[in-house]
Ligand binder design. Structure first.
Ligand code: CDP
Ligand code: MG
Length: 357
């Protein structure tokens, strides 16, 4: 059910108020709310107010648009096959530059999809090699958002030729992780118009189209990087830890889980664990990153790598586990992992077949 509201924000005390546009009445009276800050209020963002997901679709008036909306842009960032296993490092650069990831998905392009994507380079001598390379393995497409996102992401990438990047922009991603002119870490839209087109290619507004996810649904387990960890900017570090421990990430997708789906996914915990309702609220409090981890015995070995559910206990007993390193408390414990080996495939299917069907 979608409803339209006007959302008021009072910078002086951080209070919020919602006005029901259709019924012309106050829906939520002026209330303080710690979790939403002025920086969160820009068109295209999604915020969570008392478990209600609000999509910010427009500014209330021209003054607000001028104050809040001037430089916010979205761009497409594509992580090319050469660095998919180092995507954590690339995400670290993105977060350090104050950009946020608002969509993400791992996919594998066919030759003709890659050729469509790079149609502007059709007549260039490197076209065939480029298309061949980009379709040779999984890529991760992301929507980045922030002030001047288009140019900032291109600056983070650096010059297309990696050796030139090492000379001219030694801090850039291509300088640090690139190999040559083709294996050069990533792609970034070069204008707002290109960004709109390229985002539509990977994240089409019509459901059910666009390149599909890479989940394989065998010998796998499900990992959810929880919303608190995503919003704390820990995604890069967590992905790095997972890869460094030797796990293969065979699919990745960012989701905004709504309450009904969170309840369905965590149903087996209902009446079993005390934290059940906290877990639901946490899972739908913002975007989360869902992974398929692939390997023999993936559910058991990955669960061990996550550590005990309570990060305090993890820190004492298993200090190198994900929850020890990145968790805060029993609910905000950085990651969910499949508990029972036989549920691995089912949990992966829930996200990568049912929610991303
Ligand atoms: O990726 P970027 O926008 O920085 O560069 P581009 O000029 O739009 O070229 C697109 C891609 O084609 C580059 O990222 C390279 O992977 C490849 N390319 C190449 O292989 N040889 C060249 N001389 C130029 C580009
Ligand atoms: Mg380009």
């Amino acid at each position: 059910l979608l409803r339209r509201y006007q959302l008021f924000y009072y910078p002086r005390d951080g209070a919020l108020e919602m006005f029901d546009v259709k019924n012309q009445r106050i829906f939520l009276k002026r209330t303080k709310h710690e979790d939403i800050q002025l920086e969160d209020l820009f068109v295209g963002n999604r915020v969570n107010l008392f478990s209600r997901q609000l999509n910010l679709i427009d500014y209330g008036d021209q003054y607000t648009a001028n104050k809040l909306g001037t430089k916010k842009e979205r761009t497409l960032a594509l992580i090319k096959p050469d660095v998919v296993t180092k995507m954590g490092d690339v995400l670290e650069l993105i977060y350090a530059a104050n950009l946020i990831v608002t969509k993400a998905k791992m996919t594998k392009l066919t030759w003709s999809q890659a050729a469509d994507f790079y149609a502007e380079h059709q007549s260039k001598p490197f076209f065939n090699n480029l298309v061949q390379f980009v379709s040779s393995g999984p890529v991760v497409a992301m929507e980045l958002m922030g002030d001047e996102a288009v140019s900032i992401w291109r600056k983070l990438l650096g010059p297309a030729e990696s050796s030139l990047a090492r000379k001219e922009a030694p801090q850039s991603a291509r300088a640090q992780f690139g190999t040559d002119g083709i294996k050069n870490v990533g792609h970034g839209s070069d204008s707002l118009a290109a960004a709109a087109r390229e985002l539509e290619f990977f994240f089409p507004s019509t459901i059910g189209h666009g390149p599909s996810n890479t989940a394989i649904f065998t010998d796998c387990t499900c990992c959810i990087i929880k919303p608190h960890a995503v919003s704390e900017g820990l995604t890069g570090k967590i992905l790095n830890s997972i890869c460094a421990a030797g796990f293969e990430i065979s699919a990745l997708h960012m989701f905004n889980v709504d309450r009904a789906n969170a309840e369905e996914f965590f149903e087996v915990y209902k009446g079993v664990v005390k934290e059940y309702s906290g877990m639901i609220t946490e899972l739908c409090s913002g975007p989360c990153m869902v992974l398929e981890i692939h390997g023999t015995n993936a559910p058991q070995s990955f669960r061990e790598f996550c550590g005990p559910p309570d990060p305090e206990i993890s820190r004492r007993l298993r200090p190198n586990t994900l929850r020890a390193l990145y968790g805060k408390d029993k609910v905000k414990n950085a990651v969910h992992c499949t508990d029972l080996p036989e549920d691995g495939v089912l949990e992966v299917q829930y996200f990568f077949k049912i929610l991303d069907g």
